[in-house]
Ligand binder design. Structure first.
Ligand code: SF4
Ligand code: SF4
Length: 511
């Protein structure tokens, strides 16, 4: 195949030093069952899952222990068999650094599964498949952790899907979990692609992969040789080609406008790990309980691990030989879009695709931030075609309306602008700050509106009560004055009657 023969190049992007080979030298490894499994109730985008167990309950591997709360949520399953020994707030791997509710399981060592049943998806129809996917706890495993059943739902609404795009670009430097999955689980992955292809009823499936994954490319090319409707499209290694909109443009030349979904254009996209999770659920009845995670950087033995959700990260870092140079700085995700972990005393979650122990080069003295020289390199690098330098000025000077006007919320926080900036300005940090300020302002405005509405309602109620009271008093007064009149008339009538009686008596006497 000729490289890039059908690729549409998007604007900007960068060729970052990738450092992927650090973690691909060894095969994917599993570690023994940990002593404790800690499963956060929030491992996804959306509402916290609802508890289905109590302390002391015995659970089996794959058993539902927290169900999705509504449509935008994801279920949590026991990743091994054992006893629930705690339900409390623990530190979780999240940028906020705040603790959240978790379920602790003390494994019984048997690792005993629930009764697993394949899903007869052809018989039960797409609605039921969707319902079951909601129960499966599968979320996008590329790092976004968006509940997968919602994508299938959108596909169904859109009706006319024609293309499944399999996101195998994995463009962040250092991350190799998808690469290793494609190398070691090629057959299962292709089975998964065929299954999702059939479920979505599309005409073609295209696997979009960067040209730096030569082993995976060879394995996949070999595996799809006889597949008529599945193709592999190699794209150049330019960050962020794994971003959904960038990959769709690279492969199809279609720009998905703001507020629209790819399904509106007949396209649905899943990451390779998500495809594999769907396959294991439909084919074997296995809910989402594990994933492949890249553990890399400043470690003695960096590699990829297949890990149960809830496994303590510290045990994995120890298994990888620990840090070469101690610095306690760990990043979750890639160096471009990831965040610093508050601690390594956190469990593996669905969104955890990579942990990087910071290398000396990554934590070297920060270069001094210099004034913006208006060189426009950031604009050239921006894949969303924004004007990062203008966004920087507006964010810095808190001209938030102007920042919104310049499409601040279209920024995907890819970090390309910061990467190329010769003045070392941490541009993305300014955008994140401005976004959070705007969200906070909106929240305050909404809260103020709610408070104003409540106050208006209270004043209306007080006014209404005052009027009702006045009406009641007037009625009472009217009633009492009419009673008074009647009493006076009765008294007068009685006085007349008495007088008449007296006159009649006087007359009788005189007769
Ligand atoms: S790259 Fe940096 S210095 Fe150049 S215009 Fe953008 S913000 Fe300014
Ligand atoms: S972080 Fe935002 S502004 Fe900067 S290059 Fe990426 S999309 Fe553009």
């Amino acid at each position: 195949m000729k490289l890039f023969d059908k690729v549409f190049k998007f604007n900007g992007g960068i060729r970052a030093e990738t450092k992927k080979n650090i973690s691909t030298a060894q095969p994917i490894r599993k570690i023994p069952l940990p002593k404790k499994i800690v499963l956060p109730l929030r491992q996804h985008i959306g509402k916290l899952a609802k508890l289905k167990v109590d302390i002391g309950d015995e659970v089996l591997k794959g058993q539902l222990i927290a169900e999705a709360d509504g449509n935008v949520s994801a279920a949590i399953h026991a990743s091994t068999s054992g006893k629930i020994t705690a339900i409390e707030k623990r530190l979780i791997p999240h940028p906020s650094g705040l603790p959240d509710f978790c379920i602790e399981i003390s494994p019984d060592g048997k690792d005993q599964w629930i009764e697993k049943k394949a899903i007869p998806w052809k018989k039960i129809g797409l609605d039921k498949v969707n319902e079951l996917l909601l129960e499966s706890g599968i979320v996008g495993l590329g790092g976004a952790a968006f509940p997968t059943h919602l994508k299938l739902n959108n596909s169904k609404k859109a009706g006319a899907l024609n293309t499944l795009i399999v996101n195998a670009a994995e463009c962040e430097p250092y991350i190799t979990c998808d690469d290793m999955l494609m190398r070691e689980k090629t057959h299962e992955l292709i089975q998964g692609i065929k299954l999702v292809h059939e479920i979505l009823n599309v005409k073609e499936s295209v696997i979009g992969i960067e040209d730096n994954k030569t082993d995976a490319i060879n394995f996949i090319q070999h595996a799809i040789k006889k597949e008529k409707n599945i193709s592999l499209q190699i794209v150049p290694t330019i960050y962020p080609s794994g971003d959904a909109k960038r990959l769709i443009y690279l492969l199809k030349g279609i720009k998905i406008p703001k507020g629209r979904r790819s399904s509106d254009y007949g396209i649905q996209m899943f990451n390779v790990a998500t495809i594999l999770a769907i396959y294991r659920f439909i084919e074997f009845g296995e809910p989402s309980i594990s994933r492949i995670v890249t553990i890399t950087g400043n470690l003695k033995s960096p590699r990829n691990y297949e890990l149960l959700f809830g496994t303590p990260l510290k045990e994995i870092i120890d298994d990888a030989g620990g840090q070469i140079i101690k610095n306690d700085t760990f990043i979750m995700g890639g160096p471009m879009m990831g965040f610093k972990l508050p601690s390594i005393d956190v469990p593996v979650t669905k969104a955890m695709n990579c942990i990087i122990s910071s290398e000396p080069a990554m934590i070297e003295e920060k270069k001094p931030v210099l004034p913006c020289i208006r060189c426009a390199r950031c604009a050239e690098a921006c894949p969303v075609e924004l004007q990062p330098q203008e966004l920087f000025w507006f964010s810095k000077s808190k001209q938030l309306e102007k920042a919104e006007e310049y499409n601040l919320f279209d920024c995907i926080e890819c970090g390309c602008c910061s990467y190329v900036c010769p003045s070392n300005i941490p541009l993305v940090q300014y955008y994140r700050f401005a976004k959070s300020e705007i969200i906070e302002e909106r929240h305050e405005y909404e809260q103020a509106n709610i408070a104003r509405e409540r106050n208006e309602f209270r004043l209306q109620r007080l006014e209404r009560e005052k009027l009702e009271r006045a009406e009641r008093n007037a009625l009472r007064r009217a009633q009492s004055s009419s009673e008074e009149k009647t009493k006076l008339i009765d008294e007068k009538r009685k006085a007349i009657a008495d007088a008449m009686q007296r006159i009649e008596k006087e007359d009788d006497k005189n007769d």
